[in-house]
Design a protein around this ligand. Structure first.
Ligand code: ADP
Ligand code: MG
Length: 720
């Protein structure tokens, strides 16, 4: 994020562009030129595995190795084992079951017993390729079915005894696809190609890219690549993997650090030198509460940042309800004290209105002009605002993306606050920059917690603040998990809350807004709620993605104003909407939501002084993993804890807001399992980039050259 506007890192490499890149040329040869490939297979390798060049094949790493000396015997299989590896004779291949339960089963027999193999898919392949009575090598995850060991969809191949003089006992296993297999490129054959490749290349083709100081105790790059594919021992394989993982993390971290240093060096920013009257008056007279420690700390960080004459580009992560708006307001007052205007952008009209209402209220006795500009601002009012922004009689403007339209011109925009950033695209943010010669300081606020490890990797080039403290006196939301069979009781409970004058949310998982099924579920749910809460005694409004935006807003507003007691809706229920009187949220089919999403939704309650509740309804049949997620939700309200768990359960590729992050697409590294390496890589990258930010020292030339050859492979624009 933000990197879109930054001076390219490559500018700092400009002076060395004369260095020839031909070094890497053999590895950039098209894959069809490798012996044994040819145009047809090449096409498939490209389509199926994105292998275009020799180098790509080299980076198609084996996902495991078979140690032919270490096979299990069938009788030794027990339920504690996860994956097993056995050799045996195939027998009794037969089709059993009907329709959906139809499957192919076979028995694998060794001297000690027999094991069942089963296929639900790819039955044709099994029929065509497997031969009874032959010896096979089988790998897979064992499960126990009626007390009998079974492997569903095993990896299976004819057993070939080791030849004498074969050096490696560890045979690589590569992933392949059905289409490739049909063209004679199964995992084993891909391994053959890799072997051919290694016969053609030499150490020169895989030059070292780590500074020498980092090579103590690490294999060289060339050795590491060889050992990862064709290890001569388990220990060397481990070392090779470790080296390549470290390299991957180090290079990524180094890039981030260099870009950040470059940005700090180059970007001119407005100077907020002093804290003045506006800030002091507000702070001493109108601040309605004591700031939390986290709010004070983050404001101080912003204060330091904006006093440097460099542009601030800061991401503020704060859990739902941690009070980010106040930090934004204090920063805006700081801007005003230094003669600058500020804007705050929200992703939706309702959020903008809420911000406007609460800021106007806080500032009502201050000599500052604040305006609201959204898509529905009336023409005359709009004209007045545009004029006020152009001549600096309006100091603060709150709005939606209407603020970034071409016609909106500021006299001197000093600070842009972007709330709930994940809904703003990079392009929209770019618009803001265009508004001035010197770009405004940017404060992006988000309530989607991202685990720290991840944030440092994904957003490492941004300045980053965390608010991990809630204002005092909040009551923790009570969260429980109930099965749908007890829905009637849940509704009765909601009723008692409504009788006390509170309001309630009913959320349905419409993940795809267009999905017909879930839309019907929603309508059914709405009817169900209605029959439990009959009009006119109860009033219900509903919001969903199929409504026109005006309709959605009207319904939303009725709930915000307390006109309706129940809001039935999908996840379009606005992020950040503040209805302190709402004390219950019921989430239907909660097993279908991810942890972060549940956390965001839950953040809509617990915003007042009353005890709030979140009830997670699920089917009894929800998967074990889903139940695990719900258990986590019931046990904590800490967004950062939840984000960590989410990362553990789902892996890094899936976390909200980072999904597109190129910085997380590692081939080998996994930032959860490789945390220790990540730390090492971070430290090394930080110290090198600090000491030699242009990578000019002789010992950094190999690294610099490598970064240059990689130049076109990184989608920096994607980091958002
Ligand atoms: P978020 O970080 O989710 O955007 P808000 O800025 O909307 O949170 O703040 C949530 C609520 O907490 C608001 O009603 C706000 O007035 C209140 N609040 C913020 N800071 C404090 C504080 N230091 N002490 C007490 N209440 C606070
Ligand atoms: Mg907010």
């Amino acid at each position: 994020m933000g990197t879109h506007f930054l001076p390219s890192f490559w500018d700092i490499c400009a002076e060395s562009k004369k260095i020839s890149l031909s070094q890497a040329s053999l590895l950039s040869s098209p894959i069809e030129y490798l012996k044994g490939v040819g145009p047809l297979r090449a096409d498939l390798l490209k389509k199926e595995l994105e292998i275009y060049t020799f180098g790509d094949l080299l980076q198609h790493f084996p996902h495991r190795h078979i140690d032919k000396t270490k096979l299990h015997t069938i009788s030794s299989i027990n339920p504690d084992q996860d994956y097993i590896h056995v050799k045996g004779v195939l027998q009794g291949v037969e089709m059993i079951g009907e329709r959906r339960a139809k499957r192919m089963v076979a028995q694998l027999r060794d001297e000690t017993g027999q094991l069942e193999l089963a296929w639900f898919q790819g039955i044709n392949w099994v029929q065509k390729n497997l031969v009874e009575g032959q010896l096979y090598l089988v790998f897979g995850r064992v499960s126990f079915f009626n007390g009998r060991a079974q492997i569903v969809h095993p990896e299976i191949e004819p057993y070939v005894a080791m030849t004498q003089g074969q050096k490696s006992l560890l045979e690589p296993v590569y992933s392949s696809t059905e289409k490739l297999k049909a063209r004679g490129l199964n995992g084993k054959q891909i391994g053959k190609l890799t072997q051919t490749l290694f016969q053609q290349i030499s150490e020169r083709d895989l030059p070292e890219n780590l500074p020498i100081a980092l090579l103590t105790n690490r294999l060289s790059r060339w050795e590491a690549f060889r050992q990862v594919h064709f290890p001569t021992s388990a220990t060397l394989y481990k070392k090779a993997l470790d080296r390549l993982i470290f390299e991957e993390l180090f290079i990524a971290q180094l890039r981030i650090h260099l870009i950040k240093i470059q940005r700090h060096k180059n970007s001119k920013g407005h100077l907020f030198e002093k804290v003045g009257d506006h800030f002091n008056e507000f702070y001493n007279q109108y601040l309605p509460f004591e700031l939390t420690g986290a709010q004070k700390r983050v404001f101080k960080e912003i204060r330091v940042d904006t006093a440097k004459g460099k542009q601030m580009n800061r991401l503020l992560q704060g859990d739902v309800g941690s009070g980010k708006t106040m930090v934004a307001l204090l920063s805006m007052l700081l801007a005003a004290d230094n003669g600058f205007q500020s804007c705050i952008m929200a992703p939706t009209e309702i959020l903008a209105q809420q911000h406007y209402a609460s800021l106007s209220d806080l500032l009502k006795s201050m000599p500052l002009e604040i305006a609201l500009l959204t898509g529905s601002t009336k023409v005359a009012e709009r004209r007045r605002i545009l004029k006020g922004l152009a001549d600096d009689t309006i100091h603060f403007v709150v709005g939606t993306h209407a603020i970034i339209e071409e016609v909106v011109q500021f006299k001197n925009l000093g600070l842009a606050v972007i709330d709930e950033q994940h809904r703003f695209g990079v392009a929209q943010r770019a618009q803001l920059w265009k508004k001035a010669v010197i770009p405004p300081h940017v404060l992006v606020m988000t309530a989607t917690p991202i685990p720290r490890t991840l944030a440092m990797t994904a957003y490492g080039d941004l300045d980053y603040s965390v608010m991990d403290e809630l204002p005092p006196g909040r009551q923790a939301i009570k969260t429980v998990h109930r099965y749908e069979t007890t829905r009637a009781n849940v509704m009765d409970f909601v009723k008692t809350e409504i009788m006390k004058g509170r309001q309630a949310y009913y959320v349905y998982p419409l993940i795809e807004e267009s999905e017909k099924m879930s839309y019907e579920d929603l309508m059914q749910g709405y009817e169900q709620v209605k029959s439990h809460f009959p009009e006119p005694k109860y009033k219900i409004s509903m919001v969903h993605g199929r409504q026109k935006s005006v309709e959605k807003q009207t319904n939303m507003k009725r709930f915000v104003s307390g006109d309706t007691q129940i809001l039935v809706g999908t996840t379009v229920i606005e992020v950040g909407v503040n209805v302190p009187n709402a004390s219950v949220m019921v989430i239907e089919s909660s097993e279908k939501f991810g942890l972060s999403q549940l956390h965001q939704l839950r953040g809509r309650v617990g915003r007042g002084s009353e005890q709030s509740y979140c009830i997670l309804l699920s089917s009894v049949k929800a998967s074990r993993e889903a139940k695990e997620r719900l258990k986590i939700m019931c046990s904590t309200t800490d967004g950062f804890v939840i984000a960590e768990k989410d990362l553990e359960l789902r892996g890094p590729g899936d976390i909200d807001g980072t999904r597109q992050s190129g910085a997380l697409n590692f081939k080998l590294a996994n930032i959860i399992n490789d945390r220790a390496n990540l730390e090492l890589a971070k430290e090394a990258a930080a110290s090198i980039s600090e000491k030699d930010p242009t990578l000019s020292l002789p010992e950094h030339q190999s690294t610099k050259l490598f970064l240059q050859t990689q130049k076109n492979k990184i989608g920096w624009g994607k980091i958002a």
